[in-house]
Design a protein around this ligand. Structure first.
Ligand code: FAD
Ligand code: MG
Length: 350
């Protein structure tokens, strides 16, 4: 699963299947590796250091606590309370970290001109992608629901830690950003517990603390969006950074040969047809990477490149539906294209 020369470089390697991106080649096996399930995905923690079990358990219980307050799938969660009071004028008290997530969501909604929009919930619900009843809503229904999608209708009162939605029926869905926040919280817990080298993956949201114990960078493989899990197109080395990928191959259904995936274009109300099939963001803070991976997916290559190039300390890998791979300038000479199928082309210079 990893190519020959990479095999030679490492005595022992572990290819940890990380949904859409992989940790390839860790030269010394982690003294702690465990998988959990939360937020609708497999969460893998690889930790090197003393008492890794304590740190891992602490991370997992924090992620469970976050899920309990952030989920839209459980009546009475804080986000569910915000949503069920939409349009009645009541300010809903929220935990400080939820206000931080909502503020960050608003920031990237504004930066991406609404391509990322946390109020996309009514459309996510109508399409039901990755549920038992996915469907293609009639245009009349989409048109009606589009009136409920506008991040400017999500009002935040930060000093008083409260928020409200201005229109009845509006739904905040944090599926596109909350896993990123969970990854950042995990890293903070590792640091608090004196861990120096760790790697957590929450279904395509990868956060690395430090470098590998031997000082070399973590090598993250980028999934081939049209091949089964385990086949990757390239590798990006990271130290103390995060790699977050959004793709049309994670959650989708097909009808009459058309793929309907879970990243909704808030302008059309339908799965985005931006010409991108996978976006990976590399930066320091995972909540930012998570929002940007979804935002850039909807923006399409040109606008996505322009947005990421305008943000200091952020790099990106974009894969288009005509099977070309583009990277931002900072990844040139850093990203290694490894695909030998001939199916994809790496366009190094645009
Ligand atoms: P990303 O590209 O990061 O985000 C896509 C997700 O963001 C979509 O699934 C949708 O939720 C939302 N979204 C779609 N379009 C946009 C847009 N334009 N702007 C902003 N957001 C958009 N999954 C389950 O199957 N069952 C569960 O019980 C469940 N519970 C969860 C609880 C929490 C707290 C969280 C954070 C996630 C949960 N999930 C659950 C997963 C969630 O439904 C999303 O599918 C998942 O977070 C997608 O992450 P991603 O990185 O693959 O996709
Ligand atoms: Mg994401």
């Amino acid at each position: 699963m990893i190519n020959g020369d990479l095999m030679k470089k490492t005595s022992v390697f572990c290819v940890v299947l990380l949904f859409c991106i992989f940790l390839v080649s860790c030269s010394t096996p982690p003294n702690f590796e465990k998988q959990y399930f939360a937020m609708g995905t497999v969460i893998t923690q690889n930790i090197y250091g003393t008492d890794p079990q304590k740190a891992a358990d602490e991370v997992f219980s924090k992620i469970q606590q976050l899920e309990s307050v952030l989920t839209i799938n459980k009546a009475g969660s804080q986000i569910d309370t915000l949503n069920s009071n939409a349009g009645n004028g009541k300010w809903i008290p929220l935990d400080k970290e939820i206000i931080y997530i909502l503020e960050t969501a608003q920031k990237y909604a504004a930066l991406s001109n609404g391509a990322f929009d946390p109020t996309v919930g009514p459309l996510v619900k109508a399409w039901g992608i990755f549920t038992d009843h996915p469907r293609i809503p009639p245009q009349t229904e989409i048109k009606r629901l589009l009136k409920l999608v506008n991040y400017k209708d999500l009002l935040l009162d930060v000093p008083n830690l409260s928020a409200r939605l201005t229109k009845k029926g509006q739904i905040v869905d944090l599926g596109g950003i909350a896993k990123g926040y969970a990854g950042d919280v995990a890293k903070d817990i590792y640091i608090k517990d004196g861990i120096k080298s760790a790697f957590i993956n929450l279904g395509g949201n990868v956060v690395a603390l430090g470098s590998k114990p031997d000082g070399s960078p973590w090598k993250v493989g980028i999934q081939n969006p049209r091949q089964p899990d385990g086949k990757y197109l390239g590798i990006v080395p990271i130290r103390n950074q995060t790699v977050v990928t959004s793709g049309d191959y994670e959650r989708y259904f097909e009808r009459n040969g058309v793929r309907y995936h879970h990243i909704i274009d808030p302008k059309t109300g339908a799965p985005s047809k931006s010409g991108l099939i996978s976006t990976s963001i590399i930066t320091d803070v995972s909540i930012n990477a998570d929002a940007l991976s979804t935002a850039t997916f909807v923006l399409g290559l040109e606008k996505a490149m322009a947005l990421v190039e305008s943000l200091p300390g952020v790099e990106a890998i974009f894969i288009t539906s005509d099977k070309k791979i583009y990277t931002t300038k900072g990844l040139q000479g850093v990203f290694t294209f490894t695909d030998t199928s001939g199916e994809f082309t790496y366009v190094e210079k645009r």
